[in-house]
Structures are given as C-alpha cells and as structure tokens.
Design a protein around this ligand. Structure first.
Ligand SMILES: Nc1nc2c(c(=O)[nH]1)N(C=O)[C@@H](CNc1ccc(C(=O)N[C@@H](CCC(=O)O)C(=O)O)cc1)CN2
Ligand SMILES: Nc1ncnc2c1ncn2[C@@H]1O[C@H](COP(=O)(O)OP(=O)(O)OP(=O)(O)O)[C@@H](O)[C@H]1O
Length: 191
C-alpha cells in the first residue's frame, strides 16, 4: 500500500471511531478540553489563536474558544482559499456572523481582518505519540504550518477526542508535526 492508501484507510477507521460517541459524552468532552487547556497552559496569553468551527463529529471547541476570548486571546478562524493553497485566518469573536465556506465549513466574512496566528488549534482525525497528525486529506494545515514556520514561531495544538490517539500515524515529507496534543483527557507537549 502507498502512503496515500494507508492514510485513506486510517481516515475511514478514525471517522467511524469518532462517530460512535454519544451526545452527553461529547458535551462532557468539550468542557474537559477547555479545563485541561487552562490547567496545562500550552501558550501564553494574550496571543492570536486560531480556533475552528466544528464540522461533522469533531470535538466541540466552542467552549474553549469562548474561554480563550475571556482570557485575552484574539481569535481567528481558518478560511480555505483554494485547492493546493494554504489557509488564511480571519478575526472572529463569538456571536459574530459566519458564512458558508467549502466542505461544509463556516468562516468569517471577507470584511473581517486577516491575522497570522501565534497558536493554532488544529482539528485532526488521528494523532500519534510523536505528534504526527492525520487530517481530512487536503493538506491545508500542513501547507499552512510549513509556511508560517518558515517565517515565525507558532504553536500547533492538535485537538480531538482522546480515542483519536493511535500508536502510529504514517507520515511523509510534507507532513508537519504538532507541538502539543489536547484531548478531553490530556494536554501534553511533544518533545
Ligand atoms: N472544522 C474544521 N474546519 C476546517 C478544517 C477542518 O479540518 N475542520 N480544515 C482542515 O483542513 C479546513 C477545511 N478543510 C477541509 C478539507 C476537506 C474536508 C472534507 O470533508 N473532505 C472530504 C473529501 C472532499 C473532496 O476531496 O472532495 C472528505 O474527507 O470526505 C473538510 C474540510 C479549514 N477549516
Ligand atoms: N507543504 C506542502 N506543499 C505541497 N503539497 C503539500 C504540502 N503539504 C501537504 N501537501 C499535499 O497535500 C496532500 C494531502 O496531505 P495529507 O494527506 O497529509 O493531508 P492532511 O494532513 O490529512 O489534511 P489537512 O492538513 O487538510 O487536514 C498530499 O498530497 C500532500 O503531499
């Protein structure tokens, strides 16, 4: 199997695993995630922090985003510019309107100012103990992190349910490692 096939198979497995979680478990996980973030404090605030508006069965980071704003963070949300391009980030505050983006995402309108994040909450399907991450396969976060890291220091925090942690995520030359892992059960830095 090629790397692409192996990743595709793992994506299907992990999507099914995440789908098995019930509503009350999801609510509790969103609150634990928020609390663990502030207990372990992966970043210093104030800072520009990229969140994400959850799609499909992703963990709900909205309680964490609310708390980040209360703690002095400037939130930004990702915007897909096009296939093969890096993500752009637009400022957003909880309660402000969002508009439809690609792949079922919601994003701040073009009137919101663009900001480069100091830290990113990175959605993931799977992650391993070394910080290798599996996303939906667009390579958007890999391209974005490669570009940001070539110019500045950023903290990439992989965010998901604890059951998304697996022994090994296959990776290639284009994959960017995470700096931190944040789940409903742990927050830890990768060395
Ligand atoms: N909540 C959230 N927002 C996000 C991301 C994300 O992973 N989660 N992104 C992370 O990059 C960007 C959006 N990228 C995405 C890329 C692919 C798919 C997706 O559903 N892909 C289909 C295949 C589509 C196709 O190739 O035609 C799939 O997985 O079935 C979703 C979002 C920016 N915003
Ligand atoms: N910096 C880059 N430059 C060019 N192509 C890239 C870069 N990063 C990733 N890609 C390409 O994007 C495609 C998808 O990559 P991959 O399967 O790792 O996506 P993913 O990490 O699961 O998705 P995402 O980051 O969007 O959540 C691959 O063909 C990969 O080679």
């Amino acid at each position: 199997m090629t790397l692409i096939d192996t990743k595709r198979a793992l994506r299907a497995d992990m999507a099914a695993r995440r789908q098995s979680l019930g509503e009350s478990m999801r609510r509790a996980a969103a609150a634990s995630l928020r609390d663990l973030f502030f207990l372990e404090a992966p970043i210093r605030l104030p800072a520009v922090v990229s969140g994400f508006w959850p799609i499909r069965d992703e963990i709900d980071v909205r309680p964490l985003m609310d708390a980040l704003v209360d703690a002095g963070a400037q939130l930004v949300l990702p915007v897909v510019q096009g296939r093969g391009q890096r993500l752009l980030f637009r400022a957003w505050r909880p309660g402000e309107p969002l508009e439809a983006g690609v792949f079922g995402t919601l994003q701040p309108p073009a009137s919101s100012e663009t900001r480069e994040p100091d830290a990113l909450l990175v959605p993931m399907l799977a992650c391993d103990g070394e910080g290798w991450r599996l996303g939906y396969g667009g390579g958007f976060y890999d391209r974005t992190l490669a570009d940001l890291r070539s110019r500045r220091s950023v903290t990439a925090i992989g965010v998901g349910f604890d059951l998304q942690l697996v022994p090994e995520v296959p990776h290639g030359a284009d994959d960017q490692r995470l700096d931190w892992l944040l789940t409903d059960r742990r927050a830890c830095a990768f060395v």
